[in-house]
Ligand binder design. Sequence first.
Ligand code: ATP
Ligand code: MG
Length: 597
Amino acid sequence: MRCAQMLLVTLREDPAEAEIISHKLLLRAGYIRRVSPGIYVYLPLLWRVLQKIMHIVRTEMDAAGAQECLLPQLQPASLWQESGRWDTYTQGEGIMFTLTDRQQRELGLGPTHEEVITDVARNLIRSYRQLPLNLYQIQTKFRDEIRPRFGLMRGREFIMKDAYSFDADEAGMRASYEKMYRAYCRIFERCGLDYRPVQADSGAIGGSGSQEFMILAQAGEDEVLYTPDGQYAANVEKAISLAPEATPSAFTKPERKFTPNTPTITTLCEALNCSPTHTVKNLLYQAILDTGLMILVLVSIRGDQEVNEVKLSNEITRLAPQFQAQQVLKLTIANQENQKQWAEQDLPWGYIAPNLPDDYLKTDPQIHPKFLRLYDQTVVDLRNFATGANEVDYHWVGANWGQEFPAVMTVVDVRKAQAGDRAVHDPQQILHSARGIEVGHIFQLGTKYSEKMGATFTNEQGQEVPLVMGCYGLGVSRLAQAAIEQSHDEYGIIWSPPIAPYLVIISIPNMQEPQQVEVAEKLYQELQNAGIEVLLDDRPERAGVKFKDADLLGIPYRIVPGRSLAQNKVEIITRKGRISQEILVSDVVDFFRSLNP
Ligand code: ATP
Ligand code: MG
């Protein structure tokens, strides 16, 4: 391709809309253009990168025995109602774009495709003889993200590869999952990325287990906790750990104490001269269930620990059948500002006890009349602890379960694991924290969708049983940007050759020099003939501008037919490290052939 004929518009200044380096570089180098928040044009250079990534993904999926197909993006609400996900995806913080057609039928724009594929499976898979089966597609997904940001990292329209496996039993599903796991590892390796698989929360997709593939980078939105022995790595949303030991309590007898101006654990511990590990903190959350019911959840947790809201939401979803519901649609912390929605009177904020009376709650059919009281593991064994006394400026000290407070009932793990905690598999191992960009997420779904949607088959014993499924997502457009986040320098992008838009750029320093132009044109032809992807910068620009652009674009190799032409040589600069060498013009094609990217 000749640069003079290309839509090549580079910017010298950092665009104001971009916060992270990879986003800035994509805009500055002319790879993308924003049309509206989270909606981007993939300009020709980026499209080439995306095609390369998709090619790698396709070859690995095909090699793993998956078959490519293309599913519809317009999906009828009825399918999502069958799986029970229509409300989750359209109400509360739901991220599905929806529309109504001229017959007043509701439709959604596909954020993911479990429903559609399960519909295909229930119609076409009849017998165990058709299994295992794995179908994948590469397609634009739509999600009305609450905070679209960081360019392609969190778009509202983005490219995803999604695959779905069908097996006769759990063991088969695990084997299919393993195959996908290995295919993912190969994909990220081939793209030249430094990645890490981690245990993950399964979120709204559901199922029994899942792993995410993280590209480690400081700008990542996810936090990963891992141990140096390599035995454990998990998204902080999912991570478990051992809480630090509680120090022995300073309190010996139960006493209701006047503790003015101590609404936080810090102020309380200062006033009482005790460790936060002797305290029980009681936090209130409002949970809206899929039936519209609001439940006020009172979580008691050791004072030095934080609540992991993902774990909490999962626990409430697990308990939802008690309330004739299936899941949590929205979970928010309750506070002085929003108490009017559900409280009869002002709560003793900052001084709440585990036995906060239920009569604080309004009588309203949409509000559950009792607090759901959850006890985090960290409070179960506490003795002689301090906690609120349900009255402003008062605390209990030296309190015990089954005495000053009722015995603990529903024990849960909703504690946020953090760096510095001891690992569960080996308490000698300490958790460390890193930031990551999630580029892939693979799930063991089991029969969640097949049961709900009646996707069954006849097994070898002649019984009609639900298909056992897995699903496997990979963010193609996010991956392209994550690669830049991981590989750039002060001059611009540094593509790894397998995903670079072009392998080589020939930058002609001076278009007025016939010899430079002649050698460049000759190499341009020869390289193309050899199947090497090459750009020819034949624009009537100064050499400095062209070199800067070549660095900014991140093309792995730059050929400069300049001064060294006197010795029949050209300069070849490797973008990574900007290492320069001179090579005989006649050796250039062989040089690139031998790289074999
Ligand atoms: P996140 O937690 O980042 O929102 P997710 O859990 O919603 O991701 P999945 O539903 O598992 O993501 O989607 C599969 C893959 O699609 C993700 O691993 C990610 O690489 C990509 N992806 C998800 N949402 C977006 C988005 N808004 N923009 C770009 N890529 C995305
Ligand atoms: Mg998401």
